[in-house]
Design a protein around this ligand. Structure first.
Ligand SMILES: Nc1nc2c(ncn2[C@@H]2O[C@@H]3COP(=O)(O)O[C@H]4[C@@H](O)[C@H](n5cnc6c(=O)[nH]c(N)nc65)O[C@@H]4COP(=O)(O)O[C@H]3[C@H]2O)c(=O)[nH]1
Length: 525
């Protein structure tokens, strides 16, 4: 087994290279596509988190304003100014608080009494707002050009405004979005915060959310820079994935290759793909009629296992549960042979080997009838050779007899193959309607020198004649064997003496040559 694995590994050296190449491609594909999807999701998630954080921040801002408004009156005395100062001191973001009246005049601030009118555009926004709140970005003397203003007016007209640097609003979302994402926070048309100027690469995706209550818009940008930086950080993982995938792919490949090269799989595939060949061996008649028959024998040259013995094929097919498929394949090939050479084969019967267990199956005869319909040229010419490998029990015996009758009714000739090697006793011959008895080659080999074998074969020959069965001697290789079987009264001979099993074209050539010889012999007589 290990020798085989090493052989495969040697032949398939380049597999390592391709597995490695494919794995690295796959690892990069997995990680780059995965990262892309992850970042898109993350952008979505983080933008929504930022939106929630900003909403909460705005709520806390107005809660602060509401608290200051609740404690204020329409006066601006020292106590009021001190209160506003305290509010400023304790406020996390506001740097200035002011109070305004129902006419939208700011009359008091933490710096002292003042008198400033609120812009009309702001007034109308407060008036149009359901809960009388609004925010704005305006110029302020203390905090500069773009100062964040928040306004809240109590139902009785007393209102509070507060000023904060614009980036204090953005601070609530910085933790969520920075440093990964570039974002821009705008209020109306003005920018509260933006780090857009940091963008040096292309954009992959932009996500926008708006806060309709405050005319605030948040735009979060996913840049290719972030993508590549993250991918670079994932390099160690990509290499680990590459190594792992390479191992998995190579192991998978070699296991698969080993399995594909196993005899089991090769036999299975060859039967399924009809990839085996059938050779034909003539069975020559010793009578003057010169009539002969042929036996179809399976042959298979496997790419991985070379020439495989028919006995091994049959055994493996049996173990794989494909013995019937093998039989049907051989019979169909015999049918094709008749179709291809109708004239030379017109008077020749061909027999096929069949496993006895197949014959016991109820489906065997109907399937065979189906093939005979498919190949009418087989009718009356097909024979089956059955080897007796085990004794039939009392249950199987009557079943077998009825199966035999069914098969014979289809016009099929039946032969006992390898007679003498199995359990087929003389009583067995009387019970079954066999047409032909084939004497196993083991007897023929020892016939000349072994008195005992000669005696057995003499009585078997006698019985076969009594039962009106044809006799075939298998494995006749030499002339002395031929003379010995002739003396016994055997009328047909199969063996290398006449012809080895041949592929179809060669056996047709043999038939034509043999016919020519017969012709010459008969004219000489
Ligand atoms: N030494 C010697 N051998 C000779 C001589 N003349 C013929 N043979 C060989 O004897 C075997 C005769 O076939 P079998 O007894 O049915 O024995 C067959 C048969 O039982 C089985 N087999 C072959 N083809 C099939 C098939 O299609 N289906 C099934 N179920 N079994 C098959 O495999 C066995 C072996 O087949 P093969 O190797 O083709 O061997 C063949 C044939 O090549 C000879 O003069 N000397």
């Amino acid at each position: 087994m290990f020798g085989d694995v090493r052989a495969i590994a040697f032949i398939e050296k380049k597999v390592f290279f391709f597995c490695g190449l494919f794995s690295i491609f796959l690892s990069f594909l997995l990680f780059s596509a995965g990262l892309y999807v992850f970042l898109l999701n993350d952008l979505d998630k983080r933008t929504n988190m930022a939106k929630n954080a900003l909403s909460k921040h705005m709520e806390s801002i107005f809660a602060e304003l509401q608290q200051v408004a609740d404690n204020s009156a329409l006066v601006c005395e020292k106590a009021d100014i001190d209160r506003l100062r305290r509010a400023t001191f304790y406020s996390p973001i506001f740097k200035e608080f002011g109070l305004f009246n129902a006419d939208f005049k700011v009359y008091c601030s933490n710096l002292g009494a003042i008198n400033i009118s609120i812009y009309k555009s702001i007034v109308s926004r407060i008036e149009n707002s359901e809960d009388r709140k609004t925010v704005s970005l305006m110029n302020s003397k203390t905090l500069g050009d773009a100062t964040f203003f928040a306004f809240y007016q109590r139902p009785d007209g007393v209102g509070v405004n507060a000023l904060a640097p614009p980036d204090s609003i953005a601070s609530s979302i910085n933790q969520i979005l920075l440093p990964d994402y570039v974002y821009e926070l705008t209020l109306g048309k003005q920018v509260l915060f933006s780090n857009r100027n940091q963008i040096v690469s292309d954009l992959i995706e932009t996500k926008k959310v708006t806060f309709d209550d405050w005319a605030i818009e948040l735009e979060v940008l996913l840049t290719t820079d972030l993508y590549w930086n993250r991918l670079l950080a994932l390099l160690p993982w990509i290499f680990m994935c590459w190594a792992l995938l390479s191992i998995i792919l190579c192991t998978g490949y070699f296991t698969f290759a080993y399995y594909r090269r196993s005899l089991r799989h090769c036999v299975k595939r060859a039967i399924k793909n009809n990839a085996m060949e059938v050779y034909f061996q003539p069975i020559v008649s010793l009578n003057v009629d010169g009539q002969y028959e042929m036996e179809a024998l399976i042959r298979w040259h496997s790419v991985h296992h070379g020439q495989v013995s028919p006995l091994v094929i049959v055994d493996m097919a049996d173990r794989l549960g494909l013995i019937d498929e093998l039989t049907w394949m051989v019979i169909r090939k015999v049918g094709d042979f008749y179709r291809e050479y109708p004239l030379p084969l017109s008077d020749i019967n061909i027999s096929v080997n069949v496993d006895r267990h197949s014959l016991l199956k109820e489906t065997f005869a109907p399937s065979l009838a189906g093939i005979l319909d498919e190949y009418p040229e087989l009718k009356g010419r097909l024979g089956l050779e059955v080897t007796e490998t085990s004794a039939l029990n009392a249950i199987d015996l009557p079943i077998m007899v009825s199966r035999f009758e069914h098969i014979k009714a289809l016009g099929i000739h039946l032969s006992v193959d390898d007679f003498g090697t199995g359990y087929a006793g003389l009583d067995f011959l009387r019970r079954f309607p066999y047409d032909t008895l084939k004497l196993d080659q083991i007897f023929i080999a020892s016939l000349k020198d072994d008195q005992f074998t000669r005696q057995i074969l003499t009585s078997v020959t006698k019985l076969a004649k009594e039962l009106n069965m044809k006799l075939v001697a298998e494995g006749v290789e030499r002339e002395d064997q031929l003379n010995a079987v002739r003396e016994l009264g055997v009328d047909r001979v199969q063996g290398y003496y006449f012809c080895r099993p041949l592929p179809k074209e060669q056996v047709i050539a043999w038939i034509e040559e043999h016919a020519a010889h017969m012709q010459q012999d008969s004219t000489r007589l």
